[in-house]
Design a protein around this ligand. Structure first.
Ligand code: FE2
Ligand code: FE2
Length: 348
């Protein structure tokens, strides 16, 4: 990894080309100036020999296999590249370049499989089997992030978020027995599935695909459900499918957050609230991490999305005591009301 490289080392590894420029030395010889990165950081690199030839084999954004020697230049560690080859995309593990969920993803996947088995309604069960019978979908579902930056924005984020919602749904069902468990569990598994096509994460950074920007994960998810229904010969007007599609369409809770309809069934209301809860708590976890180690409670930076500061607990293992409460932060930022939307994080 980049953060382990020290001058004097021979380096052989996979890196993402973050920048690439063909330049000329004062003596007139061509060389390539590169910035190489992985999830631990980035490092400057130079190709001095065969610069023109080697530069033709890759572009900015490519994943490359590099052989190099680490040297010290102007007090900084730099790579002198001897060999550079395009990496085999299939063999590249995105977790090498992007942060990964810290939850137990195997357990999360087991939770999802158990939920699928638990669905007894024939139509919904058939639908889940049809969709998750596709190995490519399973692979993408187990690796995709749930967002570009706002919540669960890391490899395995979608799986973590889905398993969390299944756990939360089970808690709610213990108290509210009349809710339709098959419908809620199916919604947990399918509501954000469109993210596997909405986002790209095979190479850094996490980005929206063209399809993702144009259709959004709700639109893509509905398309996936409809396609599976056609394959299964399920009538488009089937009331189970209608109820499920309503939850998928309404799960963002408001039209300005991308839901074309508002939640209008009990299950849709509950589902939106659980989805909102998990997304917001994950967002706050990210804020706590950004705060780093602190022995006392403290304020986050101003969060425009929520129009507030957050008062966050100590982040050292030994729980701090709430004392010497910090004075209230500066005035609230100006500007009109900004509605919090964790679901539309592609705005500049
Ligand atoms: Fe969503
Ligand atoms: Fe969600």
């Amino acid at each position: 990894m980049v953060n382990e490289i020290a001058p004097g080392q021979k380096v052989e590894g996979l890196f993402c080309v973050s920048s690439k420029a063909l330049r000329t030395t004062k003596a007139g010889s061509p060389f390539v100036s590169l910035t190489l990165s992985d999830k631990s950081g980035q490092i400057e690199a130079r190709i001095w020999d065969n610069a023109n030839e080697l530069a033709q084999g890759f572009e900015k954004g490519d994943i490359v296999l590099v052989e190099a020697e680490a040297v010290e230049f102007n007090g900084q560690c730099q790579l002198k590249v001897m060999k550079v080859d395009l990496a085999d995309e299939v063999a590249v593990d995105p977790a090498h370049f992007l942060p990964v969920s810290s939850c137990d993803l195997e357990r999360a996947w087991r939770t999802c499989k158990e939920a699928m088995k638990e669905v007894k309604d024939v139509t919904l069960s058939m639908l889940l089997r049809e969709i998750f019978g596709d190995k490519k979908i399973i692979h993408a579902f187990r690796h995709a992030p749930a967002a570009k930056k706002m919540h669960h924005a890391y490899i395995g984020g979608l799986l973590e978020h889905t398993a969390n919602l299944i756990d939360l749904t089970r808690l709610v069902l213990k108290k509210y027995h009349h809710l339709q468990s098959d419908l809620l569990l199916s919604a947990c598994l399918l509501h954000d599935l469109g993210k596997i096509k909405e986002l790209s994460w095979q190479r850094p950074p996490i980005e929206y695909t063209d399809e993702g920007r144009l259709l959004g994960h709700i639109g893509i998810g509905i398309e996936m459900i409809e396609r599976a229904c056609v394959a299964l010969g399920i009538d488009a007007g089937n009331e189970r499918i209608l109820a499920l599609k309503h939850i998928v369409l309404s799960h963002h809770g408001q039209k300005e957050f991308g839901s074309p309809v508002l939640p209008m069934t009990e299950e849709a209301m509950v589902f939106h609230m659980l989805d909102d809860l998990d997304a917001k708590l994950n967002f706050l976890s990210g804020l706590k991490e950004m705060r780093g180690e602190h022995e006392d409670w403290g304020w986050s930076d101003y969060q425009h999305l929520f129009e507030r500061y957050f008062f966050l607990p100590p982040t050292k293992k030994d729980n701090g005591v709430l004392e010497n409460m910090p004075t209230n932060p500066k005035e609230k930022a100006d500007g009109g009301p900004i509605q919090p939307s964790l679901w539309r994080d592609d705005e500049p």
